[in-house]
Design a protein around this ligand. Structure first.
Ligand SMILES: [Zn+2]
Length: 254
């Protein structure tokens, strides 16, 4: 995007008061957490998604999955929010806006730890474990393995005795209804949508910004490479989350 387009994007962003920020793995990549779909370093290039992210695999043998998600929770806790997460929270606290809400496909808690108060997790959370049968929440003891381990036995539910499972959405599972409804209504109310760090190929999540696009709402995409959502973006700014978002907020004069 040339300088003139950046200035136009900034002017549009300055005129918006209800902002919806839609984020994906690229947002957390700048905090050292791996993205999923990068062919070299992505999570799914090393681990078979069917083996680690499906209810069938869980039913067959929960121990490798429990070990993997507990390790990932520990990794996420060690990671720190980056300048992009912080810029979003900073914008939310500024006088320029009424709301800056975040809808994320990420299962870490970096937006919350940066200070964003309205965060909707479409794909669940690494920190919301629950009973695999009765859904009773499990109180996380915070005892995460420091190194990857092959197997760990999941704790059992205090109510029904069944294994506790990670609170993330696996392949073939429905997205949480309440979160989906919030995200949809935000896409219908926002006067600006900012898309950051998502490849735009995971459905149904990727269909959300289309709702805003259909209403003619300006969409600003911040991404290092063209994505499947670039075609609906009013402005597509080539930058990583940790570079682009702070640059936007700086130019807004927040
Ligand atoms: Zn239970």
């Amino acid at each position: 995007m040339d300088e003139q387009s950046i200035m136009q994007a900034v002017a549009v962003a300055r005129g918006a008061r209800n902002i919806e920020v839609f984020t994906g793995a690229g947002m957390s990549a700048d905090s050292g957490l791996e993205t999923y779909r990068d062919p070299e370093t992505g999570v799914w290039s090393k681990v078979d998604p069917q083996a680690m992210a499906s209810i069938d695999a869980w039913a067959r043998d929960p121990e490798p999955m429990w070990a993997w998600y507990r390790w990932r929770a520990g990794q996420a806790m060690k990671a720190r929010p980056n300048a992009g997460h912080e810029a979003i929270a900073y914008w939310e606290g500024s006088h320029l806006v009424d709301t800056v809400h975040v809808t994320t496909q990420n299962i870490d808690n970096l937006h919350e730890r940066a200070g964003s108060t309205g965060v909707t997790h479409l794909h669940g959370s690494l920190f919301e474990f629950r009973c695999s049968i009765c859904s009773k929440p499990w109180r996380d003891d915070g005892d995460y393995p420091a190194e990857p381990v092959e197997r760990l036995t999941p704790p059992t539910c205090s109510l029904c005795g069944n294994p506790v499972r990670p609170g993330v959405v696996w392949f073939g599972e429905a997205l949480p209804q309440e979160e989906w409804a919030v995200a949809e209504s935000r896409m219908r109310e926002a006067d600006l949508v900012v898309i950051v760090g998502t490849s735009g190929i995971v459905y149904p999540a990727a269909s959300l910004p289309v709702l805003a696009h259909q209403r003619g709402v300006p969409i600003l995409e911040i991404t290092p490479k063209e994505t499947d959502l670039s075609r609906i973006a009013t402005f597509s700014w080539r930058a990583t989350a940790a570079e682009g978002f702070p640059a936007l907020v700086r130019r807004l004069g927040v």
